[in-house]
Write a protein that binds this ligand. Sequence first.
Ligand SMILES: C[S@@+](CC[C@H](N)C(=O)[O-])C[C@H]1O[C@@H](n2cnc3c(N)ncnc32)[C@H](O)[C@@H]1O
Length: 290
Amino acid sequence: MYRTIVALKTTPANPEKGAFVNPNKALWEKGDFTEIAAFMRQSGEAVIQSLGITPGLRVLDLGSGDGTTAIPSARAGAEVVGIDIARNLVQAGNRRAAEAGLTRLKFQEGDACNLEGVADHSFDLTLSVFGAMFAPKPFDVAKEMVRVTKPGGRIVMGNWIPNDPTFVSQLLKISSAFTPPPPEGFISPMLWGVESNIIERFGQAGVPKEKVSLVKDTYYFASPDKSAIQFIQLFENFYGPTMNAVEAAQKSGKAEELHKQLVELAKSQNKSKDAGTFIPATFMRVTVSL
Ligand SMILES: C[S@@+](CC[C@H](N)C(=O)[O-])C[C@H]1O[C@@H](n2cnc3c(N)ncnc32)[C@H](O)[C@@H]1O
């Protein structure tokens, strides 16, 4: 159902030379997630405040984007590495870190499915808020997160939940309904929001289920001056999965219908009392104690 997310088939970057691009990387480099992340700063900071970060803690932020959680972690005194598959977001993160004068924070390109070059047991906290859930090989992701985290350390993930009635789950559901089916073997990222899948993935990585805690939490997309309609336009123009849906809908003559459904969703979920946006979205907070 949530099949848009990595619905692109592997496509030749240059068909004549036969070079192939990674569709997972292409999806996230397609747009500019910083436009959406601008609405996520407040909740990103709240997540970090809830984690009790202490100076000197070694934090890995996986699928870090431009630093929604990595920057507040570094501000709290942690030594932070942000790893993301999208080159443009790594660049944006390093720009933001430099502007903020944060010298103990660096962003680098990498794939959550294979953290080659990252040493075993090198982080106290491995964090991934709506990041690693989008990597295509979830069992490898769980193994890698466990491998790079120190014994006694923590893994914390924020994952969207399939069929949840709140904003992001519904946005992805609408987007997928307008997008062609994914390639065979595709595993929906939304399964990272399902208890049995989470337990199985960490189980195969050697973590017993007693060490995994699952709690539903709420994230807020907020802007004091951008309306819910402007927010949707940003998804249509800058968010890979929705951009794919828009392209497919344009081809099938359903672009207006897609836009209407997205606007209705955002307006009906917007709790802002003025011209801005304040949209809650439920997610699964996963805490793994190693
Ligand atoms: C929804 S965005 C969230 C970004 C950031 N965590 C935030 O809260 O602003 C998902 C992020 O995961 C990254 N991502 C997707 N697949 C990945 C993979 N296989 N390895 C590393 N990062 C990945 C994307 O490039 C994107 O930055």
